[in-house]
Design a binder for this molecule. Structure first.
Ligand code: SF4
Length: 242
């Protein structure tokens, strides 16, 4: 079985022109979509934080594809690592490969947030923090889109991303994910509690296979930036790439 990509190991993606979704940023501010309407003062603060964040963030990701050696209802074995993921067999079906990734926007934004807190510029500090959270979510979506394109080019369907600490996958599995794809090439480390530094980082795993299950709970196409994709399964609602 050949791996669809990165046969020589991890690959770094840089120079990514992220599009940040304002609704996502406002969600981190506690706004409920379709219910809470931000006022002009909040929108002005958002614009200020977005401009500041745009100068501070450096979106990068490291990606590694590996062949799956063994599948079980609650786990996968790939690249010499055993991943324990509840119900993954049912969720993903017959995946032949997995892509492990670590995405980050770097630490300059969170350092600026800390300075703003220190200076008691609290509204801007909170909004800038939310911009950073929205940006790293967009980055993870962008990487998921890219993995989908890479899989499609080889006749493989690519699943939505999952991350340790979410949806029943224990956060302790960060260690295994980092064994598959270490964050060092993009400056991301795991601390003793298995949290990543810089904080605005996301680790993720996606599966790929000719018969992989996709779209049964959310269509990645709905927010994929690749407008002319011949394999699109749902209309795009918004994009995470300029
Ligand atoms: S439009 Fe859909 S099928 Fe095409 S690359 Fe994006 S997520 Fe994949």
């Amino acid at each position: 079985m050949t791996t669809p990509l990165s046969p020589d190991g991890p690959r770094v993606l840089a120079d990514i022109a992220l599009e940040i979704d304002p609704a996502e940023v406002l969600r981190f501010q506690g706004y409920k979509k379709g219910r809470d309407i931000p006022g002009p003062d909040v929108l002005a603060l958002f614009d200020e934080a977005l401009a500041l964040g745009g100068r501070l963030m450096e979106p990068r990701a490291v990606v590694r594809w590996v062949a799956v050696r063994r599948r079980a209802p609650d786990g996968l074995e790939a690249g010499g690592v055993t991943l324990t993921i509840p119900a993954i067999g049912e969720s993903w079906g017959k995946v032949e490969h997995v892509a492990a990734c670590v995405c980050t926007i770097g630490d300059a934004l969170e350092r600026r947030v800390a300075e703003l807190w220190e200076a008691r510029e609290l509204p801007l500090a909170a909004m800038l923090d939310s911009v950073g959270s929205g940006a790293v979510e967009s980055l993870a979506e962008y990487v998921n889109d890219l993995l989908c394109q890479e899989g499609l080019a080889r006749g493989l369907r690519v699943t939505n991303r999952i991350s340790p600490g979410y949806g029943g996958w224990d956060v302790s599995q960060q260690t295994e994910l980092f064994r598959l794809c270490a964050g060092d090439p993009v400056g991301v480390a795991l601390n003793a509690a298995r949290f990543m530094t810089p904080v605005k980082s996301i680790s993720l795993l996606a599966g790929a296979g000719r018969a992989a299950r996709v779209d049964h709970y959310f269509s990645q196409c709905a927010r994929c930036w690749m407008r002319d994709c011949a394999y699109r399964r749902a209309p795009a609602r918004r994009t995470v790439h300029r």
